[in-house]
Design a protein around this ligand. Sequence first.
Ligand SMILES: Cc1cc2nc3c(=O)[nH]c(=O)nc-3n(C[C@H](O)[C@H](O)[C@H](O)COP(=O)(O)O)c2cc1C
Length: 298
Amino acid sequence: KHTASRRLILPCRAALEKATGLLREDGLIILSHPLGRGFLRRLHEKDPIRVPHLLPDAAMLTSLTRFLPLDLEYCEGLTSEEDPFIVVLRRRPVAVMERPLFLRGKVASGFGRGSKKLGFPTANLPSSEFANHLEDLPVGVYCGWAVVEYSPGETDRTVYPMVANIGYSPTFEGQENTEKIVEAYLIGYNPRAASVEEMSAGDFYGKPLRLLITGRQRPELKFDGFLELRARIATDVEDAAHASEAIEPIRALKDHPLLRCAEEDLPLFVGVDQVSQDCCWREDFLDVFLMEAESRAE
Ligand SMILES: Cc1cc2nc3c(=O)[nH]c(=O)nc-3n(C[C@H](O)[C@H](O)[C@H](O)COP(=O)(O)O)c2cc1C
């Protein structure tokens, strides 16, 4: 059933994904061939069974690494046929999600296990607000963008970079979340520096929150203690802040209409299995926006 090109690409992608999973952060994958792309192409044309793969060109490398947490660190021979070929890829903390996720729900108060003491107060959206939509989403730390609707009808709401733990908080043994919870920390959110409307509205509990979840950072872990968890969250925040500026299309998605539009326009995007007026979600509509953002970046 598979076309020749799929046979060429799929095993390379799977191998690269597996190798990426073995790397520590900042670890390197080096692809090299002293005789270059043209040499390998001629071997492949002569005997495609024994030499099934080509060395990638720039477009193929981009498509192979698009949703893997890899940065291109160095390359030679990527555009020429006869020069020695070398590509160095570095493991970074954030992967762009193939299917970004949009959620809107009312912020519930936390379990009071100490998000304030941790120094990272979070806005919580319990997964039960979204029917069974989040059931298959792997637990872990994700990043993206957040908007708080402080009062209806505002026109220029702040879009914050955010990092969210989606899971059960296993570090708090005996006090784990009873259901999967999306706990989002809004980076740079500071009620004292916020607008007049935001200040008079106090904090975000009970307000509708929009989240565009666009990157995956790491699995949820059980830490030995509070200090270890706090140190790791600080790193997660740095990684998410960096991704929001440096990784396309995460950066570009800040301007997605789902974050920016008025609330009365949201039902246009809402799925049919919406459970209440305050809650909606989508994950199947961003492809066009992502492709446009990528071509703008090229
Ligand atoms: C970026 C981020 C990463 C987190 N990662 C983990 C984790 O790996 N393991 C864990 O048990 N809890 C993790 N947490 C959840 C914290 O445990 C949670 O925010 C804390 O329990 C406070 O919750 P509460 O005040 O709502 O009860 C993370 C939270 C954030 C914001």
